[in-house]
Design a protein around this ligand. Structure first.
Ligand SMILES: Nc1ncnc2c1ncn2[C@@H]1O[C@H](COP(=O)(O)OP(=O)(O)O)[C@@H](O)[C@H]1O
Ligand SMILES: [Mg+2]
Length: 260
């Protein structure tokens, strides 16, 4: 049975998609079979692998969740060991479709788990890339997931929003998925010379220790070259030509597993 890992933060630009695709790349180099479910209608997972989401897919996650389409009909191969279940534009209508029809969806958080459960038999790891929100879609991801990993950007105000995310996950566990395991949080887009980043990271570490949350030592430095590598290779950096740049994701994966 594969492990389902949800990457979540309610802020955009915190490197959710970059983390999901690069960790998938790390696992692919270990010859693990990986699926990435793109639960964000921005379709950035597909873009990372060089697809054109406007033309390349006839169906997407929406059809799986609400139209009983078999996920296997929707999944596409992105790399030797990586498949993706693409997002489609229709996903913007997911919340309204479900909330507007409580008779059909009495348990609105369980739709992904019910429609995608059998995929756990097909893959070693399933990553769920989430939209920057705490929405119905994210509730579905938290219900299907075994583990959740939180990237966060140590800017001013980000502590408050990080605390909110962590509290929401705690509440969610209690109410809906007691088996959900919070792997931890790690800082992204860090400029270590920036005093603010150092301060916010220290503050986060204190909060994490007090609240029994793991904060990883590995952090993702902010680099322009990293950001552009995707554009040139049409692959996440961990599978790209210049793999040294992506070492930090190999280190992160190692640290995640040291702890278990
Ligand atoms: N290490 C990095 N330093 C600077 N920018 C990065 C880095 N890694 C990725 N980026 C860029 O940052 C932007 C936001 O990242 P993304 O993963 O899409 O965030 P999210 O999915 O949380 O919205 C993207 O344009 C991405 O290419
Ligand atoms: Mg994203």
């Amino acid at each position: 049975m594969g492990t389902v890992i949800c990457i979540n933060n309610n802020k955009g630009g915190s490197l959710k998609t970059t983390t999901a695709t690069n960790l998938a790349g790390v696992l692919a180099t270990e010859k693990k079979k990986v699926l990435i479910i793109d639960a964000d209608n921005q379709s950035n997972v597909a873009l990372t692998f060089g697809f054109n989401p406007d033309n390349d897919f006839e169906q997407g996650l929406y059809n799986v969740l609400l139209e009983e389409t078999d996920p296997k009909e929707v999944i596409v191969k992105a790399h030797d060991y990586i498949d993706i279940l693409p997002a489609n534009d229709d996903l913007v209508g997911f919340d309204f479709g479900v909330i507007g029809d409580r008779d059909q969806y009495p348990e609105p958080f369980t739709i992904m788990k019910k429609t995608c459960a059998k995929l756990k038999n097909e893959y070693d790891y399933i990553f769920i890339d989430t939209p920057p929100s705490l929405s119905l879609m994210v509730g579905n991801a938290f219900t299907f997931a075994d583990e959740v990993l939180i990237p966060y950007n140590p800017e001013s105000y980000s502590m408050r929003s990080l605390i909110k995310v962590l509290q929401t996950i705690e509440d969610f566990k209690e109410q809906y998925n007691p088996d959900l395991n919070l792997l931890g949080v790690f800082a992204t887009m860090v400029n270590y010379q920036t005093t603010l980043h150092q301060e916010v990271m220290q503050e986060t570490r204190r909060y994490a220790i007090e609240n029994g949350v793991k904060m990883f030592d590995t952090y993702i430095p902010s680099t322009i070259r990293f950001a552009s590598s995707v554009a040139y290779d049409n692959l996440p950096a961990t599978l790209g030509k210049n793999i040294q740049k992506a070492n930090v994701y190999f280190e992160l994966w190692k640290e995640i597993n040291e702890d278990e």
